[in-house]
Design a protein around this ligand. Structure first.
Ligand code: CO8
Length: 259
């Protein structure tokens, strides 16, 4: 059965796939079904040799307005424990190909957290990022207190998490949360352009570099440097390393195969 709440667009550019969240009436509120479908789509694209980079977007009005409040409202702590919804998030964290979030409109609560679970964020001028969970009597649960703090620092993260204030795309850009801000009519195009740039590079080097950057969040500098060095050495086992360096010396464009 095709997914109901995500649309998968294959090859929107060479080696680039695009997944759009598709629950527009609910501002792409992230219910369990949507998150499961997103995980399955990402896993399938991660396993597809024709795909090197994945763009995830919502629509112009909303990337995602958070977890589905109506679905959660009557749950007990035990329901939440049994449902184990964060195993889906853990699976998305394990995707090895770069994921670029193309964000327009609301990226709130779980929506902001989902954009931060991606590797880069391209935003439209209308994007608004926020962790408003505090206003409904809870707090972020999918990385909002951790990834946001690492991205923007304690002062702004504390303010956003404790007051629920939304920040604009410009403010998010200044704070280091996102990579680019562009006019709304260009945000998806710009995310695909960034993805295309990465898709031209060695997919092996890209995956190992992503892995090493993410490692820096989980480890000491010493261990991180050790991890980086191992991946760096490992890439010398790849044809792509020979091709990349030979092409430089031949003054031609490299052709990378991911081998
Ligand atoms: N959950 C369920 N439905 C939603 C959500 C949501 N998060 N956000 C919007 N909707 C629905 C509305 O109920 C409404 O539906 P209906 O027409 O049936 O009443 C429809 O979408 C349109 O929304 P509005 O009429 O409210 O649109 P406005 O433009 O007036 O307002 C806002 C837009 C400001 C975004 C407003 O909808 C809002 O405040 N939404 C809730 C934002 C929020 O609090 N998000 C955090 C949720 S909690 C969370 O994310 C916890 C994350 C931890 C785990 C993550 C797991 C996935």
């Amino acid at each position: 059965m095709p997914p109901e709440y995500v649309i998968i667009h294959q090859q929107v550019a060479p080696h680039v796939a695009h997944i759009s969240l598709n629950r527009p009436k609910e501002l792409n509120a992230l219910n369990l079904q949507l998150m499961g479908e997103l995980r399955d789509a990402l896993k399938a694209l991660d396993a597809d040799d024709n795909v090197r980079v994945i763009v995830v977007s919502g629509n112009e009005k909303a990337f995602a307005a958070g977890a589905d409040i109506k679905e959660m409202a009557n749950k007990t702590a035990i329901d939440m424990f049994i449902t184990d919804q964060f195993s889906t998030w853990d699976a998305i964290k394990k995707i090895r190909k770069p994921i670029i979030a193309a964000v327009s409109g609301f990226a709130l609560g779980g929506g902001c957290e989902l954009s931060m679970l991606c590797d880069m964020i391209v935003a439209s001028e209308t994007a608004r990022f926020g962790q408003p969970e505090i206003k409904i009597g809870v707090m972020p649960g999918a990385g909002g207190t951790q990834r946001l703090t690492r991205a923007v620092g304690k002062a702004l993260a504390m303010e956003m998490v404790l007051t629920g204030r939304f920040i604009t795309a410009q403010e998010a850009m200044k704070a280091g949360l996102i990579n680019k801000v562009v006019p709304v009519e260009l945000y998806l195009q710009e995310a695909i352009k960034l993805a295309s740039e990465i898709a031209l590079l060695s997919p092996l080097a890209v995956k190992m570099a992503k892995e090493a950057v993410l490692k820096s969040f989980d480890t000491t500098l010493e261990e991180g440097l050790h991890f980086e060095r191992k991946n760096f050495y490992l890439l010398f086992a790849a044809e792509d390393q020979k091709e990349g360096m030979q092409a430089f010396m031949d003054k031609r464009a490299p052709v990378f195969k991911g081998r």
